[in-house]
Design a protein around this ligand. Sequence first.
Ligand SMILES: C[S@@+](CC[C@H](N)C(=O)[O-])C[C@H]1O[C@@H](n2cnc3c(N)ncnc32)[C@H](O)[C@@H]1O
Length: 294
Amino acid sequence: MKEEKASRTAAGTAAYRAAESMRSEGERVCYDPYAKRFLDGVYSLLAKSRLLTKIAIWYTDRIVPGLTGHVVARTRYIDDCLKACIEDGIEQLVILGAGYDSRAYRFEELKGKVKVFEADHPSTQKVKIEKVKSILGSLPDHVVYVPIDFDKEKLDKRLFESGYDNNLKTLFIWEGVTPYLTAEAVDETLAFIAKNSGEGSSIILDYAFQSVVDGTCELEGAKEILEQIERRGEHIIFGIEEGTVEGFLSQRGFSQVENVTGDLLKSMYFKGANQNRKVQLFHGYVHATVKLRE
Ligand SMILES: C[S@@+](CC[C@H](N)C(=O)[O-])C[C@H]1O[C@@H](n2cnc3c(N)ncnc32)[C@H](O)[C@@H]1O
């Protein structure tokens, strides 16, 4: 990420969610009514017109096949997991690399009950905070903003300083972030979670296949996504070998790994008018539970 600038990939994912949310209730894969309120510049202009939005999405999917399908399916999958975790009694929610994630504001069940920590790069978070103030009038009491550069700072220090309680049953959401981090930063974050969260805590994350990072993935859209992210001034540098995520997470203190593929997300969420839409097939989507510590 460029040090002084808000993440452009965060704006991009919010734009795809905004476009999806403009579709009718029966057609949309995910629904995020706040997404359009976070947009700036050309994105906010596009979000004002259904026709322009349709053209922009059609164009994006031509340049990077399956990208918008991947983003909206990922958001829907994580929303569904979050709902289940709320019913299961989570006491704390930590959103890592939050970008313009609006779950803290659109899940009413969290308000007044579950403290939400939004950890993100300071450049992106500064812009987000101003947007939240302008959308809601003030910052909500149940949300704590934690500015952090995962590549340079320790998550434990920043979270504990912000009032994080390591005895509580916590859900960590890491949506669309691991590809941009160093392997050391990914390991440190997972180690923190494995050692510092209450019984029944879990993490939802997505990752790119290692072959995408290496530039050897032949699946549709893989080479194009690398180029697109570079054009936005960011870089995909971290991946996990396809088919190895269960072992990867087990070695790092997690069990009960639900590993979902793009194919599965497509069959779960893309029906009827959506059945011909593409979803990129070189990402994994995972919900894993922290192993009990002896
Ligand atoms: C693709 S966006 C995803 C944002 C959000 N989770 C979503 O799904 O809409 C990537 C996010 O990772 C954050 N990020 C990237 N590198 C980071 C770093 N080194 N430290 C902290 N955050 C980082 C960016 O600020 C951005 O919010």
